[in-house]
Design a protein around this ligand. Structure first.
Ligand code: ADP
Length: 441
């Protein structure tokens, strides 16, 4: 179209020049030609010049206005520029959305160039490694020599774990992911919690192996002796009793482990049976008197008869564990009291003994699995080191608190404090209504 227009202009100009030559003179024809071609050249030169000037900074300058053939060219360029601006806005909005999403990732992400300089980092990486700005070398922020070696040697099959400068008490796994071009991604994942869980798992397995190995060694030793030696009946009996005691310890360990596993399995307590505290504690005390066999004075004190809502088997198991400890850690002649009272609407089940007591520094760790103050005494009395862990779990599942007060040589008190919502004084109108409501469910 543009070419056609120019050709028509040239043809018209030649026709005008020929007409002028025919009707006027050859000189006039030459003038017509010169003026026409001059106008054409000026027109093209002006609009080409404007385009050239605009093209030096196309995003900062307005596209000039033109007419004729150049008007069409400018229109096309204008349309292309508008289209490109729309696409650019869309792309940058998409990029912003992507950055915002990557910023929300819990994992740190750093884009490194071929010289391992930071090109971009998300918020998690900035918080973990104190990264700010761009173009600085990554080892400026992660100064750990192990990391510098890791970057240099170039084998990124496995991540490395280190404490980041921005959070020195945490552990972070760092992994470099090479990309198709010269860039590399550095991904940091906080592994503090998974490392802690893994450590707990390892300790747990080591503890169980140790707990089982000790009685097993005793059992194996005695059985060997029984096989090899021709012992008098009395000695045989004593040896077999020891074997029986040790297998009992192993059975108790397995049973406590199963109890713990089932308590840990779900954190919500579904069972909400009304339990009358007085007969429950009296039965437990009667059973304890059989275990104690007259070696201790055992009393039950109920300050206010009450009903509690809970899982009977779990509360029974928790109190039995506390009572069993009281007997095992109270020398003969000592006193054990099983006590229930209401305090500010909360129900307190307390097991008090006049036994050996516990030094203050041990108290915070007593409910840890396998924690013992005196390993020898615990084992000799058939302890598994899991009793108080079970009590703590049962208390937690009942939204109750386990408190321990103890003085070495003076005795200990272990109390389970049940929240107001789980306790009603027996016979109170509220108790009757609440239990009736419960039974309807
Ligand atoms: P264990 O089977 O060893 O008794 P527990 O978890 O029941 O395990 O108790 C942990 C430790 O707490 C015991 O090893 C013992 O040292 C201490 N302990 C628990 N109850 C008493 C108590 N009534 N008097 C003194 N020490 C106690």
């Amino acid at each position: 179209m543009i070419v056609l227009r120019t050709l028509i202009f040239v043809v018209l100009l030649l026709a005008a020049a020929a007409a002028a030559g025919f009707w006027i003179s050859g000189g006039t024809a030459a003038w017509v030609l010169v003026v026409g071609l001059g106008a054409l050249a000026t027109y093209h030169a002006v609009f080409l010049g404007r385009l050239h000037h605009w093209a030096a900074l196309p995003r900062q300058r307005e596209l000039p206005i033109a007419f004729g053939s150049w008007g069409q060219v400018y229109d096309r360029i204008g349309r292309y520029m508008r289209q490109e601006a729309i696409e650019r806005t869309e792309t940058s909005a998409e990029l912003e959305r992507l950055h915002a999403a990557v910023d929300l990732l819990p994992d740190g992400l750093v884009v490194l160039d071929r010289f391992d300089h930071v090109q971009w980092s998300n918020r998690a990486a900035q918080a973990l490694h104190g990264i700010f700005g761009t173009r600085r070398p990554i080892d400026h922020f992660i100064r750990n020599p192990e990391f510098v070696d890791y970057l240099r040697q170039g084998d990124f099959t496995h991540p490395i774990t280190l404490a980041p400068s921005g959070a020195p008490h945490r552990m972070v796994a760092l992994k470099v992911v090479p990309t198709a071009d010269a860039y590399r991604l550095l991904v940091s994942r906080d592994v503090t919690e998974s490392n802690r869980v893994e450590q707990i798992r390892r300790d747990f397995v080591a503890n169980i192996s140790h707990e089982i190995r000790t009685p097993l060694t005793v059992v194996a030793g005695f059985i060997e002796t029984l096989i090899d030696a021709d012992l008098p009946a009395e000695d045989r009996r004593r040896y077999l009793e020891t074997v029986l005691r040790q297998t009992g310890t192993m059975q108790q360990l397995v049973s406590d482990l199963l109890t713990l596993a089932s308590l840990e399995h779900s954190s919500d307590l579904a069972e909400l049976t009304p339990i009358d505290i007085t007969p429950m504690l009296q039965t437990l005390a009667a059973d304890l008197r059989v275990v104690s066999a007259g070696r201790h004075t055992i009393d039950v004190v109920i300050a206010t008869p009450a009903t509690v809502l809970g899982a009977p088997s779990e509360l029974d198991s928790a109190i039995r564990n506390l009572l069993s400890n009281a007997v095992r850690y109270t020398p003969d002649g000592g006193k054990i009291t099983l006590h229930f009272s209401l305090r500010d609407g909360e129900g307190v089940i307390a097991v008090r003994d006049s036994g050996i007591g516990i030094a203050r520094e041990h108290l915070p760790r007593l409910t840890e699995r396998f924690y013992r103050v005196d390993r020898g005494r615990s084992r000799d009395t058939g302890g598994t080191g899991l009793g108080l862990a079970i009590v703590k779990h049962v208390a937690q599942r009942h939204q109750a608190r386990l408190d321990i007060e103890s003085r070495p040589g003076l005795g200990s008190t272990f109390s389970i404090t049940l929240p107001h919502a789980r306790v009603r004084a027996s016979g109170s109108a509220e108790s009757t209504a609440r239990l009736a409501e419960h039974q309807q469910v």
